[in-house]
Write a new protein. Sequence first.
Length: 224
Amino acid sequence: MTRVLLADDQGLVRAGFRALLDAQPDIEVTGEAADGTEAVELARRERPDIVLMDVRMPRENGLEATRRITTDPALAGTRELENSSYELDEYVFGALRAGASGFLLKDIDPPDLLTAVRVVAGGEALLAPRLTRRLIEAFIEQERAAAPSVTEGDRLDELTPREREVLTLVGRGLSNTEIADELILSPLTAKTHVARLFNKLDARDRAQLVVIAYETGLVVPGEG
């Protein structure tokens, strides 16, 4: 059962999300928050698997609340799925910096929302409908402009050649199954390689692996 906390300042939006999610046999809504401060408090009490967090909220916005949740060791098992009505790069960049595992727009189709919750709960992929790879590329370019990025060796010295290949494919957006097909591996072996990347690179989820793949030059903006 995937336990979801809803955080949105609009009661009607929360009600719509709750009706959709609670109707699923494998998803349970554990609580609702009307602002970022309340979202953090409820997350600490309920320990949900997913927080579906609105970006723009009173008292404390969703990005700051996300940062507080993702940096709390007690909430290491909670993943953030940011959502907004606005397709703005600054929101996506802010969500990535804060440690969110995905970013959705509120006009998302219901089946896609359910898929997003399940995928992010499993740590399987960075899901951002309509917010294409250009946003990740732009995010990396912005980070490099702000401060020199680490060299490839600084981050990748401990990786085996196969693990570098897997990280490259993760950075290009491939799932574990697709990685297995690409490298002619069993799905279990591909999953094991990804798990080792999480440990060796101290990555919270797949979204951070994507960012690392770009930062270290394994994936180059505009290629593929």
